[in-house]
Design a protein around this ligand. Structure first.
Ligand SMILES: [Cu+2]
Length: 200
């Protein structure tokens, strides 16, 4: 199991962004300038536009994606600062079937590679680490990937994630296979997909 120590300044900032918990004053302090410098960057992110094209077709009918018995909804990400090496991905996965499945990986044209992470306190230090055996989605249950908890990590970002755009990722499940899901890119401190309320 690989543990990411948060010594690099940029990675620390990214990790803190992921660690934001509801109403946390510390999180506000930890992200100075995170909301400001993003403006004017959308024009530079033009290469990412192509990645978002198929999405409009996919979400036109519904706000969730089915993959066999798995229902995937509420996918979102957060805008990143220029040169940020990593970004986060969050969504809700409901297993409507009667056998467990397992999220074993993910891919995106926006990232060199992706990992499934958990976040946990080790002593006084919040660390994130890869779930080497994947994330089990138990039969009949819902697993939420959210800031401060389980999340997808987009490593080696190819371009900044721009608020208002949509990132395409492919989730890889042990049983359900590969499924493409859209992540609505929100503000750097977004806690949920835009337009779906911030409270759930
Ligand atoms: Cu992570």
């Amino acid at each position: 199991m690989k543990t990411l120590t948060l010594s690099a300044r940029t990675l620390t900032a990214a990790a803190l962004a992921l660690a934001v918990t509801a109403g946390s004053a510390a999180a506000t302090v930890a992200l100075p300038g995170a909301t400001a410098p993003v403006t004017g960057f959308s024009q530079r992110a033009a290469p990412g536009d192509a990645c978002a094209l198929p999405i409009s077709d996919m979400v036109a009918s519904h706000d969730h994606v089915m993959a066999g018995p798995l229902k995937l909804s509420g996918g979102f990400s957060r805008a990143t600062l220029p040169n940020a090496p990593v970004g986060g991905g969050f969504l809700t996965i409901t297993n409507t079937g009667d056998s467990d499945d397992r999220l074993i990986g993910a891919e995106s044209p926006l990232a060199g590679h992706m990992e499934v992470h958990e976040m946990a306190m080790e002593g006084d230090v919040m660390r994130m680490r890869e779930l080497a055996d994947g994330l089990v989605i138990p039969a009949g249950e819902t697993v939420e990937l959210k800031p401060g908890g389980y999340h997808l990590m987009l490593m080696e970002l190819q371009a900044p994630l721009v608020e208002g755009e949509t990132a395409t990722i492919t989730l890889i499940f042990e049983n359900a296979g590969r499924v493409e899901v859209p992540l609505a890119i929100g503000a750097p401190n977004a806690r949920g997909p835009a337009g779906h309320g911030m409270s759930h």
